[in-house]
Design a binder for this molecule. Structure first.
Ligand SMILES: [Cu+2]
Length: 564
């Protein structure tokens, strides 16, 4: 049994006795620190660092061992890392052990945890650590204020099971947290958590910069945006694309998956959700002593809190996890579970029930909604609402003339960006009407992963916004979309006004395929019959690698066969 007596502690004379007492009670053993970090004291801030935390960096369960003394070493390092690879954006992060989040720490209820914080000599700032799992003023921050090149040690007892956030507790704390100084500590109950097949470590964070997202080069921290609580980036594990491109999280059909999820904030609550999955078990707010929630769609995780989220991988595909405050996707908030294995047509398949798949179902009945709503599926759609902002005569003409259905309808621009483009001056209609309209064009991909609709017979390009906007089957296709103009995102690039998508109809399998007028006609007929349909999740999936940027200059006539 080893107890190191180097506390920087006011009551150091009584503390060792206190520790010895508990060590005796708990039959304490000394264990190596169960952290995932690659400890080291040399920090090279001149080189671009990979600050992204691999989500598989999860320490093993405590199993059935007795309480022990666990020694944790952490090193505060300030380093320039990639914030958004797609835009060449970099940022000066402040980290624990060079990664965001810092190491996940896994201990047992009743363990003594001895924490040594080193502050790398290359640091500019003092740093410290505050464990939400610790009882005591500042969660340890009072004993761990560490100047560059120095080290501090303190010890706490892990009294309470649960998943807890830790973070730097040096003023201004919000800045230290926004810059990446946070992580999770899991205090497992005796015998640990129930077995699952895979465990992942994911933390959401906010980054506040002076320039909006998408700017190349080293970005400056913005204290003003931090105080306004308006982050320019919402990231998982430190950077845009960290858990989509860099470390998508694999699983196999039939496996159970557990996510140790923390929200570092420092300001916003996360509404964590996986598209196309339902959490089977949720340890809400990270509590391991409360009843477990079952069958949950979206989990609220406040800033400075955590949750344990579990699901069963039942279908193959790319399952996107994000904050369902879904505007944040455009600010980088996205993770992917890449599930492989056999299809399960009992759960979902394209097309009418039973067709090709022969899956079992009960007797066919109508219903599921009110008779009024059912009848509304078959009502004629008023002409005026089908074409936004056009005079009725023009709209009516458009409805009759199939070739002009392929023309650009008059578009509505959101106010406040008049100077942005020449096109704006050619369009008088600046009133942001939410009226439904329809567009035909070719889908391509923006550098930030958003889908763009390149309109036929026009140089206009629209950024598409939906919930979530994740094309796979529709990628790089000629498509017909219905929706309305206007979005919060056009502030990012005023040349790309947004089109909020209600439904997408593929016209042809690719932007390079020749199509016939009849094909478009059939698509439009289908579209008008399905105006009320919400965009189908079966058509969606997160597969950015399969999207290709092409045909920005596409024109319908290039693809048409015969009369246009
Ligand atoms: Cu700090």
């Amino acid at each position: 049994m080893t107890i190191r007596n180097n506390f920087n502690f006011k009551h150091a004379e009584i503390f060792p006795a206190f520790v010895l007492f508990f060590a005796f009670l708990l039959e304490t053993n000394v264990l190596p620190a169960q952290t995932t970090g690659h400890a080291g004291h040399a920090g090279n801030t001149a080189k671009l660092a990979d600050i992204v935390r691999d989500p598989t960096d999860v320490p093993p369960s405590v199993g059935n061992r007795a309480p022990a003394l666990v020694k944790i070493e952490l090193t505060a390092k300030e380093m320039v890392g990639t914030l958004d690879p797609s835009a060449g954006t970099t940022y000066r992060y402040w980290t624990f052990n060079g990664k965001v989040p810092g190491p996940m720490i896994r201990v047992r209820q009743g363990d003594m945890v001895e924490v040594t914080l080193h502050n790398d000599p290359s640091s500019r700032m003092t740093h410290s650590i505050d464990f939400h799992a610790a009882l005591g003023i500042g969660g340890g921050a009072a004993f761990s204020q560490t100047a560059p090149g120095q080290s501090k040690t303190f010890t706490f007892q892990a009294t309470t099971p649960g998943l807890f956030v830790y973070h730097c507790g040096t003023q201004m704390i919000a800045e230290h947290m926004a810059n990446g100084m946070y992580g999770l500590i899991l205090v497992e109950p005796p015998n640990g958590l129930p077995h699952v097949d895979r465990e992942y470590y994911v933390m959401q964070g906010e980054i506040y910069t002076t320039a909006p997202k998408g700017k190349e080069g080293l970005q400056q921290f913005s204290a003003a945006n931090l105080m306004d609580e308006k982050p320019q980036y919402f990231v998982f594990n430190g950077a845009v694309g960290a858990l989509t491109e860099q470390h998508p999280m694999p699983a196999t059909v039939g496996e159970t998956v557990r996510v140790f999820f923390g929200n570092a904030g420092p300001n916003q609550t996360s509404s964590t959700h996986i598209v196309g999955e339902i959490f089977t078990h949720v340890y809400q707010l990270g509590s391991l002593s409360s009843p477990v929630l079952t069958d949950v769609q979206t989990v609220g995780v406040p800033s400075g809190a955590a949750a344990i989220l579990e699901f069963a991988a039942r279908l193959p595909g790319k399952f996107a996890m994000m904050d369902h405050a879904i505007s944040r996707m455009a600010k980088g908030n996205m993770a992917v579970f890449d599930v492989t294995g056999p299809e399960n047509a009992d759960l979902m398949y394209p097309g009418p029930a039973g067709q090709e798949h022969g899956s079992a179902h009960g007797p066919v009945i109508s219903g599921g909604m009110t008779t009024t709503d059912e009848a509304s599926n078959h009502e004629a759609i008023p002409v005026a609402s089908a074409i936004a902002n056009g005079p009725k005569t023009e709209a009516a003409a458009n409805m009759e003339d199939m070739s002009s259905m392929m023309q650009m309808p008059k578009q509505t621009r959101s106010p406040g960006k008049k100077s942005a483009t020449k096109r704006a001056t050619t369009q008088k209609s600046a009133n942001a009407s939410p009226a439904q309209t329809s567009l035909n064009g070719c889908l391509t991909l923006a550098p930030d992963g958003k889908a763009l609709l390149n309109i036929f017979h026009s140089t206009n390009v629209y950024r598409l916004e939906a919930q979530p906007f994740l094309f796979s089957q529709n990628a790089s296709r000629l498509v017909h979309v219905t929706g309305h103009f206007g979005s919060v995102f056009n502030v990012e690039d005023p040349r790309l006004p947004s089109f909020v998508v209600d439904a997408v109809q593929p016209i042809s399998p690719s932007c390079d395929t020749k199509i016939t007028v009849a094909q478009i006609q059939r698509t439009l007929m289908k579209a008008s019959a399905a105006t009320k349909a919400i965009i189908s999740m079966t058509d969606l999936g997160f597969m950015p690698r399969t999207l290709t940027v092409n045909a920005r200059e596409s024109r319908l006539e290039q693809f048409l066969v015969g009369n246009a």
